[in-house]
Design a protein around this ligand. Sequence first.
Ligand SMILES: *Cc1c(COP(=O)(O)O)cnc(C)c1O
Length: 453
Amino acid sequence: MSASVQFSNDVMTVPDGAALSNSICALSMSPADPRARTYHGRGGAVTLVMGPLEYNQMLDKYLLFTPGPVNVAETLRTAICKEDICHREPDFDALLGSIEHKLISLFQIKNRARYRAVVITGSGTAANEAILSSVVGKGAILILSNGEFGERLHKTSLIHNKRTHLLEVPWGTPFDPAQIAAYLAAHKIDVVAMVHHETCSGMLNPLAEIGALAKTAGALFAVDGVSSVGAEVIDMEACNIAFVSSSSSKAIGSYPGLSFVVGRKKHFKALKRHAAKTTYLNLATFYAFLKRHSQTPNTPAVPLFYALDQALTDILRIGVIKRYARIKARADLLRDGMRRLNLDFLIEEADMCSILTTVRVPPSICVHDLRDRLREKSIIIYEGKGCFAGKVFQVGNIGELSDYDIRFFLSALKDVLLTLQAEAAELVAPVQSKRTTLVMLPTPDRLRAKVVS
Ligand SMILES: *Cc1c(COP(=O)(O)O)cnc(C)c1O
């Protein structure tokens, strides 16, 4: 059925004669199979299961194969439209309390009474800057960096903390715990800060190992978990984490705009002894408002709080460990498929986070063209940044992506790579005019000519 469905503007004709032209009143999708769409017309309803081509044509959205932003669930679209409330009324106190309770549930914490969570209106960087500007005081902080986001922690710390130390290894390289232990033995360090999942390379850094080194040195351990929380299983107690930051729009799966810090209560309490370095991002102020009023110090983006609460409900309904397994299975599907396309990955699979794969750009392919051609197929990926620019592309697998979307991505990637390789090898007809190029599009079973403008 799917092969002969015709689309033109809002007129759709299906092969069994049930033409629903101009009379389509509603469209519904099946959560079980994203290709199945039911068109409700005046004369009844028709359900179509689309093939990959129709699916591509019908995508009324981008598929975000990025490590955040993500395609959000329908439950969140409903949640963000809840009623208007005042953030100085008990309705908001209850909403924030609900979010805090769920945030603490993300971290395998056994002794829940020892932990609190504050929510900040601002992206992941806001939570990181809140930690870096609030927990060091006049003390010394050591930043561990093996990539772009480690470097960002360092830059932010330099703004707020005179005694900022940096231990860095090249992007995409694992840390050497012996080197860190030696550095901590030789210097008086009060806080150690590290990115958990270094998003620029996809590398997962070892929390338990570094947390133990910080503990031995008598230092607080602060973690940027912006791109791992909600996917990876993180045990705050076992890893000796004092504060962890994250945001709403990566593995948590909600809209961008909120971030949060979960931390040990005794460390939150101790913050008030430091002089404030910022107004908006002062964690001591966030903690004081939370304790006294169950509120935030300034006007929060309330609709985003509703969506975050729903995202957390959805995560906890599945369970943190089971959800991790699902995300990892999706990454495995993606990685198996890309390996079959002879693609190489930047780092060892054992070092990768479950949310993202960083892929080496094959010879003769321009990553910018790859990104453009995938966008034409409604797929969004990232190019590498910094020293990885032009050398890698990144494919995320978080948010509302189904196994079918992954397979659709893999077939689109194969088509685009073959096309770009053929073009590079000048296996195509010469350009005939500025606007029209004849391109041979190899498909699994045949070569098909297609006009691309
Ligand atoms: C995305 C990201 C950030 C920055 O988050 P924003 O929401 O863009 O402010 C910080 N750290 C890591 C590891 C990230 O992946």
